[in-house]
Design a binder for this molecule. Structure first.
Ligand code: FAD
Length: 302
């Protein structure tokens, strides 16, 4: 995998033991054109109110207002840091229903320069690949870019697939779950969170980075930014504007098929043992034996 990706712009890869958790920009004096992909998601602080429609088995989204996916705020913050330190412009893109323009206005208020809403009935029912294909067409239409920033995953779908798929479609290196990023001399050095430590990847621009929660602290929109954003124009692109065919996008362009959706039901019951540690351990072992949980495959008891 490393060798294949080196061909796509990776310059070096090394693994270190302790995960750094701060953003550190040792930027050089070259400007960067950034694209941030943001997804509107139901407000995670109100997930307890999300319900499935019993007829259609689709999420009843209207009861929970959409917000910018939390990790996409980290992606916006990272792009704005790059712009402030090195210069350049930040474009923000979402594939969403027309209501997605609210999240784009917020991104403009935070400091992004241009906003693009990819919306078309043909986009409905897109799986991650069709979503990435649509975003890739938009990034290509935007012209020269140096860095694409995404959240590491979305709060609702949570597949973490869109970023890497987007990079693959554009033929650029991707660095995922990034906790710290340094830009210098046209290169991106990214500290990527891994199960057993941190992988430090270096790639030449253009590259794609997906941001983890602890990469930075997203800011709030200043009042002047809000006023300016409300007067800004949002560019709307349809399937046709992106040069895509309806069969390439939405449900028609999605290799994933949803076979069934059902609400998970928990039929387990808890049992609380009381007494000293030894007494509780004995009770627990007795119960596990009764339930034959400790029975070996050969029929004997352990
Ligand atoms: C068969 C099928 C049908 C579906 N139908 C629908 C549907 O009708 N309506 C619906 O809302 N969802 C639908 N989905 C879910 C849809 O696939 C996901 O919402 C979408 O592909 C993003 O995947 P994710 O949430 O796992 O993103 P992740 O890969 O976890 O997101 C990572 C990052 O990618 C970027 N990103 C993700 N999505 C977008 C986006 N839309 N715009 C800009 N940036 C983005 C963000 O930076 C995000 O932080 C369907 C899924 C399947 C499998």
């Amino acid at each position: 995998m490393v060798a294949r990706r080196k061909g796509r712009g990776f310059l070096s890869i090394r693994v270190v033991e302790s995960p750094p958790n701060t953003m550190n920009n040792k930027h050089s004096r070259t400007s960067w054109r950034c694209i941030v992909c943001i997804k509107p998601v139901p407000d995670p602080s109100r997930f307890d109110r999300l319900r499935l429609d019993p007829e259609t088995m689709l999420l009843k989204r209207d009861e929970v207002p959409p917000v910018i996916n939390p990790l996409d705020r980290n992606a916006i913050e990272a792009a704005l840091e790059v712009k402030h330190r090195l210069g350049g412009r930040v474009a923000v893109v979402t594939m969403a229903p027309p209501s997605g323009q609210e999240q784009l206005v917020e991104a403009l208020a935070l400091g992004c320069d241009r906003a693009f809403l990819l919306t078309d009935k043909a986009f409905a029912g897109a799986d991650t690949l069709a979503t990435a294909r649509t975003l890739a067409a938009a990034c290509a239409k935007l012209g020269r870019f140096d860095l694409i920033l995404c959240g590491a995953w979305s709060a609702d779908g949570s597949t973490a697939q869109v970023g890497p798929q987007l990079a693959e479609l554009l033929g650029i290196p991707d660095m995922v779950h990034v906790r710290r990023m340094e830009l210098s001399g046209g290169k991106v050095l990214a500290h990527c969170h891994r199960e057993n430590g941190t992988a430090v990847l270096e790639a030449a621009r253009p590259a794609l980075v997906t941001l983890d929660q602890d990469s930075n602290k997203p800011g709030l929109a200043p009042m002047t930014g809000i006023r300016k954003a409300l007067q800004s124009k949002i560019t709307v692109w349809s399937c046709r504007d992106l040069g895509l065919k309806p069969r390439q996008v939405g449900l028609a362009g999605s290799p994933t098929r949803m076979l069934n959706v059902f609400a998970a039901s928990a039929s387990r019951k808890g049992e609380i043992f009381q007494g000293t540690v030894d007494e509780m351990t004995t009770q627990l072992l007795e119960r596990l034996n009764q339930e034959q949980v400790l029975t070996t495959g050969k029929g004997g008891k352990r």
